[in-house]
Design a protein around this ligand. Sequence first.
Ligand SMILES: Cc1cc2nc3c(=O)[nH]c(=O)nc-3n(C[C@H](O)[C@H](O)[C@H](O)COP(=O)(O)O)c2cc1C
Length: 203
Amino acid sequence: MSRLLLLHASPLGSEARGSTIAYQACNAWQSQNPRASIVERDLNKLALEPLQRGYVEAIVDGSPHHHDDFTLSEELIQELEACSRLVIATPMHNFTVPSSLKLWIDYVLRHGRTFTYQSGRKVGSLQDKPTTVIVTSGGMVTGAAASQPDHLTQYLRDVFGTMGISNVRFVYLEGMARLDVAMDMLEAGRRALATDPLFAGSV
Ligand SMILES: Cc1cc2nc3c(=O)[nH]c(=O)nc-3n(C[C@H](O)[C@H](O)[C@H](O)COP(=O)(O)O)c2cc1C
């Protein structure tokens, strides 16, 4: 089974620039691997509700999980478990992930389901899988040219690491607010994805 889960986190959905090159890379991979499948989730269309009281109380006090949000949480976790590769196209919003991706994380990063405690430490319950995150930002976020804090990269590493997914790589399309830079970034992003290990080899 080779199933790729593609998450679109931009309010622009699959038309966002990060999503566009993610889509091209995923489609190229699938045409090389006709038996593989791609499942897409537009997190803005999914329009997750902020966590509700019953769900939070059940998580905090460990009471039986009757709240409707558990059904949705379970659906999203199973979708994550069922994929062998994960691609996320996300913009940076206010130095971190957009709220749609934060909510998805709140639904899938769940004690007793995607992580447990061992000797007082959180230990992931999911199988590791190649994960590539394409990050678009108006300004620069990496290296000496960075013009702002980056609370996205390490945050996502921690989130996925807590669930057991440590094989995570990042492709940055930064400085996208400038049209001349954006064109070069998109081209560099396409090249980076063309050689990304997630898409390597046949399945
Ligand atoms: C609400 C909001 C917050 C943003 N915050 C940042 C930010 O903190 N840093 C940054 O470099 N760009 C920021 N941007 C710009 C976006 O990251 C940029 O437009 C990006 O290219 C959008 O990518 P997309 O086309 O894939 O959606 C923000 C944009 C919006 C709408």
